[in-house]
Design a protein around this ligand. Structure first.
Ligand code: CAA
Length: 270
């Protein structure tokens, strides 16, 4: 049975925000599952989706160690809600036409807020797993990239469509994409806006595992169980080391390893 997330009226407000954002959220012990839940619109995302994701991150119960991102229906996510490209926009959330009227700094603040929905998924205290099937386009691809691991169904179709629409990927996806596949492949994928299917995604390191569509939930559950079998504090410290490794020199990384190990040894044997 899923645990309660927030108490009293805060819980009601949160539940309303999630429903409006097209999200479902359940916490079951150490595993939180976030489901993109607007299948009739292929889980298209809006600013409400991103602020609800950020709120989930801000209120994640301390016991949670695994966060699973998944999508209901035929697609993981068809990306940004295309109503954003119409003059009317998404009711209550404006449009790109209204955003174009903003000062550059205000527009950048708006994007920075949206990015908060993605960034927390990299936190060292959790391992985030994107369970991706069907289309993961634009913001959908970037949401999968925001996670630590991607387990994909054999029908997955990743596509960074933004440049084909005259835009850039701005929902935190460019760095993990380059980190995973390298600059040349990232240029190829983004600037052609081509589809990357399951086997190529696996080959490029975009996916850790490819499974049959019907096996996706089981594969994610098994990965979660394997991750939960490891000492929690050691997992957090190791993820901190691994996430920081690219930005550090070898000497800095060795120093960071020493610091983390001194903490572990003190905690275990002190
Ligand atoms: N926004 C809003 N509605 C969407 C949508 C989107 N991104 N994608 C699909 N839908 C809606 C369709 O309009 C349709 O609604 P109705 O039934 O009311 O007509 C419904 O979802 C089903 O869509 P399809 O019939 O097209 O479903 P499909 O399974 O045949 O195809 C798909 C799925 C390939 C994802 C196709 O819907 C598609 O190409 N969608 C648009 C993808 C796209 O261009 N996304 C924007 C990417 S860019 C980005 O995310 C970031 C950015 O720009 C900054």
């Amino acid at each position: 049975m899923a645990d309660a997330v927030l108490g009293g009226s805060a819980e009601e407000v949160f539940a309303k925000e999630l429903a409006e954002a097209g999200l479902r959220y359940e916490v079951d012990g150490e595993i939180a599952t976030i489901t993109l839940d607007r299948p009739e619109k292929r889980n298209a995302q809006t600013f409400a989706t991103w602020s609800a994701l950020a709120r989930i991150g801000d209120n994640l119960p301390e016991q949670v160690r695994i966060v699973v991102l998944t999508g209901e229906g035929p697609s993981f996510s068809a990306g940004i809600d295309l109503r954003m490209f119409t003059p009317e926009g998404v009711p209550g959330q404006g449009s790109f036409s209204s955003a174009a009227q903003l000062e550059n700094a205000s527009f950048e603040d708006t994007v920075e807020q949206a990015q908060q929905g993605f960034l927390w998924l990299r936190r060292p205290e959790i391992v985030s797993i994107a369970a991706v099937h069907g289309h993961a386009i634009g913001a959908g691809f970037q949401l999968a990239l925001a996670c630590d691991l991607r387990i994909v169904a054999d029908d997955v179709k990743f596509c960074m469509k933004e440049p084909a629409l005259g835009l850039v990927p701005d929902l935190t996806g460019t760095k993990p994409l380059v980190d995973l596949v390298g600059t040349a492949k990232a240029i190829d994928i983004c600037l052609t806006a081509r589809v990357v299917e399951a086997q190529e995604a696996y080959r490029l390191g975009l996916a850790e595992q490819v499974v049959a569509r019907g096996e996706l939930a089981r594969a994610v559950r098994e990965k979660a169980e394997a991750l939960l079998a490891v000492n929690r504090d050691a997992a957090t410290a190791t993820k901190r080391l691994l996430r920081g490794a690219r930005e550090r020199t070898l000497e800095e990384q060795c120093a960071a390893e020493r610091v983390e190990q001194a903490r572990r040894v003190a905690a275990l044997f002190g």
